[in-house]
Design a protein around this ligand. Structure first.
Ligand code: UDP
Length: 492
């Protein structure tokens, strides 16, 4: 009896042949699938270094958005693509040409307008509570677009701490970005560790007020940045939220070690995670993340003024000023005989629009007013010799980088810290204390622009400028910190 070749293999009927065919087919399919998957992974690995994504989560205010976008540009130049997750208001528009950037919306439950009505602390509490799940959705959409291991890291503004929940859920590394000074960050840490009841009592005690904050000389307890933040117990609660629940692997700070070495050392000691002081980020940035339209006519006006003769006045993107103070300022500036360029944002002088007639008259002779200026360019202009500032951290850095000495008129706690550093640590400016009266304004402006004391501050400003600029050049401390951060992100 003869046997078919199949029977030699122990296969005796058509059903078995069918089963074998299926098994072979399944095996072949599995092999092909595996090969394709390996190929795909290989391709992903090849492009990974170039194109992995970083998700940025800025806090929706100009002073926070600007450095976050600048950080995004720096990382994009290092080969990462950037996704900016932002709310529906106070957002940079994608029409503001950002190559390599994608913008995604976190459906917002708390409109930014509530920042003013609720105050910063209550706004933050609400924003963080309500954004956790919508941000998780946002991340899951991003992952669906490009694959599960596409996001190398979530870098979030320290105030947007809801981001941590999504990072944890999707097992994505997270890094905190503190857009203020290292000193402010260190003070936040100190406040987060205080025993609340004792501190609320102690802060009234004059002896305690004069005590130096450990490791942060010359700061005293009375200088801790709590003023203008609403009820102290609620503010301390936010500090604890920001610091104590953190699971981020490291902290980025927009500063440089030649400005704040002792605060950075204190932070490194306490936080026990890497700290990257890689600023000032704006030095190398070319992106425009302005939320308001810049009035460039002021540059033409500056072109007509004498070298170092103009005092530039700006109180940043949030501060308000009373009409009475505006008029006293205007008289003081007029009496100082110095030309002045003044930013008066729409809505920043409540109840005074249009601005008083009296002001227009004084300005037409000696000054120029704009609603919003290209500030970095203004500070870099050779005609600008001084900056009357509220001492927001970005304005402080921008002034330092251009070597422009300052008159400090801080309004809240963080700005007061910066003013202390400007006046007492770097000695590149003077503080304007007390009520704004025309005589005081005139004296302060003359001191900065004409006196020997002002000349000394200008000299120091120019020397600090060189040190800060050197830190972002190849081999400088900020340059190295950025390289280290990039190395870390590439391993994720
Ligand atoms: N700014 C500007 N034009 C102006 C006034 C301010 O571009 O007319 C920018 C300024 O350059 C800085 C930011 O707005 O980058 C303000 O940030 P800062 O931290 O100084 O203060 P904040 O607005 O957060 O109080």
């Amino acid at each position: 009896m003869s046997h078919s070749p199949l029977e030699y293999c122990g296969i005796s009927n058509a059903n078995e042949i069918l089963i074998i065919t299926w098994i072979t087919y399944i095996e072949m399919y599995a092999l092909t699938y595996e090969r394709r998957a390996t190929e795909k992974k290989g391709q992903a690995m090849e492009t990974r270094e170039e194109k992995r994504r970083i998700v940025l989560v800025p806090f929706p205010a100009q002073g926070h958005i600007t450095p976050m976008i600048q950080l995004g540009q720096a990382l994009n130049l290092k080969g990462f693509s950037i996704a900016v997750a932002q709310g529906e208001s106070n957002k940079v528009s994608s029409s503001q040409h950002f190559p390599g950037f994608q913008f995604v919306t976190i459906p917002e439950s708390v409109p930014v307008s509530q920042h003013e009505t609720l105050g910063l602390v209550e706004f933050l509490m609400k924003l963080n509570k309500t954004s956790e799940s919508s941000f998780k959705n946002c991340i899951s959409h991003l992952l669906l677009q490009q694959g599960n291991d596409d996001i190398a890291c979530i870098i979030y503004d320290e105030l947007m701490y809801f981001s941590e929940a999504a990072a944890k859920e999707f097992k994505i590394p997270s890094v905190v970005f503190s857009t203020g000074s290292a000193t402010n960050h260190a003070c936040g840490y100190v406040l987060s560790k205080l025993n609340v009841e004792n501190f609320l009592l102690d802060i009234e005690d004059p002896e305690m007020q004069e005590k130096v904050v450990d490791g942060l000389d010359p700061l005293r307890y009375k200088d801790l940045p709590v003023s203008g933040m609403g009820p102290l117990d609620r503010f301390l609660e936010i500090c604890r939220e920001v610091f104590n629940k953190r699971t981020a692997s490291s902290v980025i700070i927009n500063t440089t070690s030649c400005l704040e070495s002792s605060s950075l050392s204190r932070l490194e000691q306490e936080l026990k995670i890497p700290v990257y002081p890689l600023g000032p980020l704006h030095i190398k940035s070319s992106v425009d993340s302005s939320l308001l339209e810049e009035d460039r006519s002021c540059i033409e006006w500056l072109n007509k003024q004498k070298s170092k003769s103009v005092i530039y006045i700006s109180l940043g993107s949030i501060a308000h000023i009373e009409t009475k103070e505006v008029l006293e300022m205007a008289w003081g500036l007029y009496d100082s005989n110095q030309p002045f360029l003044w930013v008066i944002r729409p809505g920043s002088v409540p109840g005074s629009e249009p601005l008083p007639e009296e002001l227009s008259k004084m300005v037409s002779e000696r000054g120029y007013i704009v609603k919003w200026a290209p500030q970095s360019e203004v500070l870099a202009h050779p005609s600008v010799g001084g900056f009357w500032s509220h001492c927001g951290w970005n304005s402080t850095l921008e002034s330092i980088v251009e070597g422009v000495p300052m008159i400090c008129r801080p309004l809240n706690g963080e700005q007061k810290l910066n003013a202390i550093y400007i006046e007492r640590v770097w000695r590149i400016g003077i503080q304007f204390k007390g009520e704004v009266k025309r005589g005081g304004v005139e004296r302060a402006v003359k001191k900065l622009m004409m006196d020997d004391e002002g000349a000394y501050m200008r000299k120091r400003s120019l020397s600090l400028k060189e040190k800060v600029k050197a830190s972002v050049r190849s081999g400088g401390s900020s340059y190295n910190a950025l390289e280290e951060l990039v190395e870390y992100l590439k391993t994720k």
